[in-house]
Design a protein. Sequence first.
Length: 83
Amino acid sequence: METIKRSTRKSGHSIITTLPPDVLTKLNIQVGDKVEFILNNDRVEIRKAAEENRSQAVSTDFLAMVQESMAEYDEALRNLVER
């Protein structure tokens, strides 16, 4: 097990730190990626957040309603496109 130390600094109302290159590589973290902090008693685990699956972000009820509406108004929508 390797220990890497980093300093903290204030940025606005937050206290921030940096992630060392070895950690970025190990976790495959790129600029803009989200990370998760898992709090477990006196320990904190940092990991790359799973990418959101857009299909799971929308409820199946909503998707069914959209499909039903599209089927109901299909001809009208096609006529609008042809104008």
